[in-house]
Design a protein around this ligand. Structure first.
Ligand SMILES: [Zn+2]
Ligand SMILES: [Zn+2]
Length: 255
């Protein structure tokens, strides 16, 4: 499995990264997890527009799904005719949400994508074994565990503190975990993780490597890394657009 961080900016795009988007490749199959603001542009640096085989959306906040509306335009209006639908695994209501972005009707969106409602379960998507479970965010949100050829990736989606995230990440080789907040007195619960909480989840799950993501552009990212390092002693780094991870890839440097 090859994991490319396309976008890792949290809640809105930043100057150096689109919002959330990760490209997973194995055996010639390309799975995109999340398509936040600006991600479709960044994705084209790493994959052809029509080379995507399936998409998973963690939840329907715009910074994780809004560019699926842009991708519908691509698949609908390409010069050689509309492209056949590809599967989109997302929360209930994904088709309606995507239709709303472009003022389209749901039927036209369903003509380009085959929507599959996510549930807490394990399913095969191409060569990947994908386990989804609910995490702790104000709207229905899934975290994922993705396995291929014995290598295990976990992705938090957006979440506050979550035992489900620890289960998804149990023994994973890599945890891509959101770290939206810095330590402080006014941390809102059940919304996002601080960098320290992300590290605590990684330590509880015993992951091999922690890469912090969903990095909010106005945060001091050196502080994000420093706060996480108090609670997790394994390989620790910050995500960046263009970072490639996976078996055989060099461990991400500690920024
Ligand atoms: Zn988000
Ligand atoms: Zn969110």
């Amino acid at each position: 499995m090859r994991v490319t961080v396309v976008g890792c900016a949290g809640s809105f795009p930043g100057p150096d990264s689109p919002a959330s988007c990760y490209l997973l490749e194995a055996e010639g199959f390309r799975l995109v997890i999340d398509l936040g603001n600006g991600a479709l542009g960044g994705l084209q640096r790493f994959a052809g527009l029509f080379s995507i085989d399936a998409i998973c959306l963690s939840h329907l906040h715009a910074d994780h799904c809004v560019d699926l509306g842009a991708y519908w335009v691509v698949r609908q209006y390409t010069s050689d005719g509309p492209r056949p639908p590809i599967p989109v695994h997302g929360p209930r209501g994904t088709a309606e949400r995507v239709a709303g972005f472009g003022g389209e009707n749901t039927a036209s969106v369903r003509a380009r994508f085959t929507f599959r409602d996510l549930q807490p379960a394990t399913t095969e998507i191409g060569p990947f074994r994908v386990t989804a479970d609910h995490v702790n965010h104000p709207v229905e949100t899934f975290g994922f565990r993705v396995e291929h050829a014995g290598w295990r990736l976990a992705y938090s989606g957006d979440t506050g503190e979550s035992d489900a995230l620890v289960r998804l990440a149990e023994g994973a080789d890599l945890l891509l975990c959101e770290a939206s907040f810095l330590d402080g007195p006014d941390i809102r619960p059940n919304l996002h993780l601080t960098a320290r909480q992300a590290a605590e989840h990684a330590a509880r799950a015993g992951v091999g490597q922690l890469v912090l993501t969903h990095l909010v552009p106005w945060n001091d990212q050196d502080r994000t890394l420093a706060e996480a390092s108090q609670a997790y002693r394994g390989g620790l780094s910050l995500a960046a657009s263009g970072l490639v991870l996976g078996p055989g890839a060099a461990p991400a440097a500690g920024r």
